[in-house]
Design a protein around this ligand. Structure first.
Ligand SMILES: Cc1cc2nc3c(=O)[nH]c(=O)nc-3n(C[C@H](O)[C@H](O)[C@H](O)COP(=O)(O)OP(=O)(O)OC[C@H]3O[C@@H](n4cnc5c(N)ncnc54)[C@H](O)[C@@H]3O)c2cc1C
Length: 358
């Protein structure tokens, strides 16, 4: 497709950078992908693979023009094999479509970026996407068994295994995952599924300050019940989201943790008790467990609304996505507060605190 108006929209992703491609190709098969890659290689034309353009880093913007290879027409779930907890999907399949198909068999695919409803398996693989659940279940790299792909020279490769044990040889699957499409274009993935937990419980812990919340994160991660989510918001984030939230948000709080545990229904009481014990400590102002699914959903809706709300309030916001050892979270926030004061720039902090990702 070379129509200028149509091409224009393929010059964007969620980063707000823009550069139109010279052409857009809608592949429908592995062979077509291989043909396009070979042609681009031969004629030295830049090639950028594209899922749904939801990444926020400009990774899908064709900054040198050339060809955008769109996977929106390669979106099939090829096979679902509940007995072996595996699902084969084309790269354009939406993360949510995978979750829906797997859920019918009591399974799920752990990568859960907040963009799950709109982003593709191919994009998740290229970015090694994760989300709150990565804390317990790993990100994309830990949840893919194998790939079919086309190298930059146009050669077809198949990596990985179909079994949950695969210890022999170079691990090209892990190398390609997170390579942002620079090593190969993925044309099919075998995803490793996990049984859906029987039950989950959500807790909200409010602290007087960031240091107290960070100390709680360290304690929670040092006890045996690993939460399936451990999310953090600082006081500025709580104030910002208040008007966008249906949940009861504390006033004057310095930090908030959203903690979720999952597993068998029979074990939920003990799991909640264990994380509650770890969450308690100096600086804890309030600790409540969501009493109903609706209350838990409201807490999560608040967390998920943060990023979009921030964009509405501050259209020119800059995102930084950093990871530090959990024990250094207070130092990170203190440093950011100092920068905020020095330069007069408001900074709000939130993220996946369980692995130090703010
Ligand atoms: C509101 C919001 C919240 C988010 N939260 C998280 C989060 O918590 N954790 C997290 O990890 N991420 C998060 N993300 C980012 C998330 O990782 C991306 O949205 C998603 O992985 C990109 O998928 P996509 O289909 O839109 O890919 P695109 O944006 O189209 O492309 C992303 C990259 O993948 C490459 N690519 C696409 N398809 C292929 C292919 N078949 N072969 C090779 N390369 C390919 C592209 O070239 C590009 O480099 C969030 C995004 C949003 C908008």
């Amino acid at each position: 497709m070379t129509d200028p108006a149509e091409r224009w929209v393929y010059g964007y992703d969620n980063s707000r950078r823009h550069h139109p491609p010279d052409a857009v190709v809608y592949a429908t098969s592995h062979e077509q992908v291989a043909g396009v890659v070979r042609a681009c290689n031969e004629h030295e034309v830049a090639l950028v693979a594209r899922g749904r353009g939801t990444n926020t880093t400009g990774a899908a913007v064709p900054v040198r023009g050339g060809v955008v290879l769109s996977f929106e027409r390669m979106d099939r779930i090829v096979a679902l094999d509940p007995e072996n907890r595996a699902l084969r999907a084309e790269p354009g399949a939406l993360n949510q479509a995978v979750q829906d198909a797997a859920a019918g068999h009591g399974l799920f695919w752990p990568p859960d970026p907040t963009s799950a409803a709109y982003c593709t398996v191919g994009g998740n693989i290229a970015l090694n996407a994760g989300g709150p659940r990565a804390l317990k279940y790993g990100a994309t790299r830990e949840n893919v068994l194998g790939l079919s792909a086309v190298t930059g020279a146009g050669a077809t490769i198949r990596t990985g295994v179909y079994t949950t044990k695969g210890v022999v040889g170079y691990d090209l699957t892990r190398l390609i995952i997170g390579a942002e499409g620079t090593l190969a274009v993925v044309t099919e993935a075998t995803l490793k599924l996990t049984p859906l937990p029987e039950a989950r419980r959500t807790l909200q812990a409010v602290y007087g300050g960031v240091r107290a919340a960070a100390a709680a994160v360290t304690r929670i991660m040092a006890q045996p019940v690993t939460p399936c989510a451990l999310e953090f918001m600082d006081g500025a984030a709580i104030e910002m989201i208040r008007d966008h939230s249906k949940a009861e948000l504390p006033r004057g709080a310095g930090a908030l943790l959203l903690i979720e545990v999952d597993g068998q229904e029979a074990g939920m009481g003990a799991a909640v008790a264990a994380v509650s014990k770890a969450a308690r400590g100096d600086g804890l102002l309030d600790l409540v467990a969501a009493a109903t699914d609706a209350e838990a959903a409201a807490l999560w809706a608040t967390r998920r609304a943060l990023s979009p709300a921030l964009r509405t309030i501050a259209p020119n916001k800059l995102n930084e996505d950093v990871v530090v050892p959990v024990s250094r979270i207070p130092d990170l926030i203190a440093g950011l507060d100092a920068l905020s004061r020095e330069y007069g720039i408001p900074i709000v902090n939130f993220g996946h605190a369980g692995n130090g990702n703010i």
